[in-house]
Design a protein around this ligand. Sequence first.
Ligand code: ZN
Length: 456
Amino acid sequence: MQKSLESVTEIINAHQDEFYDYLRLDSVSTQNLSILPTVAYVKDMIERTGGETRILDDLGGNPVVYAYFKAGPEGNAEKTVLFYNHYDVQPEDPVDEWETPPFEPTVVDGKLYCRGVTDNKANLVIRLYAIEHLLNTEEGLPCNVKFLIEGEEENGSPNLNAYIEKYADLFESDGCIWEFGGKNENEQFVIETGVKGMAYFDLFVESADVDIHSSLGAVVDNAAWRLTHALASLRDKDNKVLVDGFYDDIKPPSSSALKAVHERTVSQKKISDIYGLKHPFITDKLDWTAEEALAFYPTMTICGLLSGYTEEGTKTVLPRKASAKLDCRLVPGQDPKKIEQLIRQHLDRNGFSDVELVLLKGQKAFRSDIDDPFVQTVRKSAEEIYGGPDNVVLSPTNAGTGPMYSFGQHLGIPVASSGCGHAEGKAHAPNESVRLKDFEEGTLHMVKFLQQFKDA
Ligand SMILES: [Zn+2]
């Protein structure tokens, strides 16, 4: 272990310039910045480490980088792990709130700051360093390693499913290490083995061709009222979704997944303090706990509302149109298109057929079998690096959304996360960082995992 640590530290130090230049590439996918230079850079880093690469770009969107490292002579050539990562990053806005230049890697108090460092460039690099370390040992690489590195994750991965479907043979493997992960607010290492899905909607109502003097409110209905009544019909005061059939297709979690979730405690107090919450958790009035809600239940959230006059002072106007953004985080078993149909039927049945509903984005949820040997190997190897079972949390489903479903559907493999993030890593926000200690430990975890996966 000590030897691994020394070797890993040497590798990290030796490649610092290379890593920093990777961070300096402002590969913002939503603004289409530096995409091709970043692809070329990633390809070079992999080939420098000893892997083969192939750039996949025949299905549109930003190129997908495929990489392959063959198991060494002492390794198990029957075993293949797939690493899923992304080379694109979020925009750096708001620039004023950065304390260091967003695309200039800067170390302050043991933390490395840069846009894209925790999400997701450091996680790619720790995997490459682990491989380099193992290639330098007498035993060589313990198993085959493949990479799928995409460039549109921060843009909702619109083309990823097509690439995985077409290139399913190329990406064939026994399990996938997901791109994110790291320590929670209690300094425990969290392994996520699933994600929620998403159905994201626009709602529109129009009640006239022009805005009208509000005196006519005596006889004329208005778009803002129509929309708020329609929205209010979707969820009751106790926070239960009232759409018929909304909860029907939920696939019940396995007993192991339930057990894993029941072992966790989500602190209402801590979360209330972090966000300055003015109300208790909505689960206080529901039939399931906060822990269960985050892992196993779908949500319905009004993300935005727009109508009428919203500036200072008064303007007595009857708005002619209103719109809202609505997201539903889905769980395994639920289909975004079916959810759209159910909400449509609900609106029609309740007298809101004039409310237009448009599904903007649909993504199914995914949950791995947490008893799968692949997942258990990620857990066991993490326990050795992070100080035992108390410091490692297995989370069956992350409350957020990602393109995991495609991996399950087309490759039929379990997925588990491992990353070097920390609770205050500020992904997507100004002053994004990783802690250098986590960076080193994350590399060691990847070394340990690959060693144990060989015989798992
Ligand atoms: Zn991200």
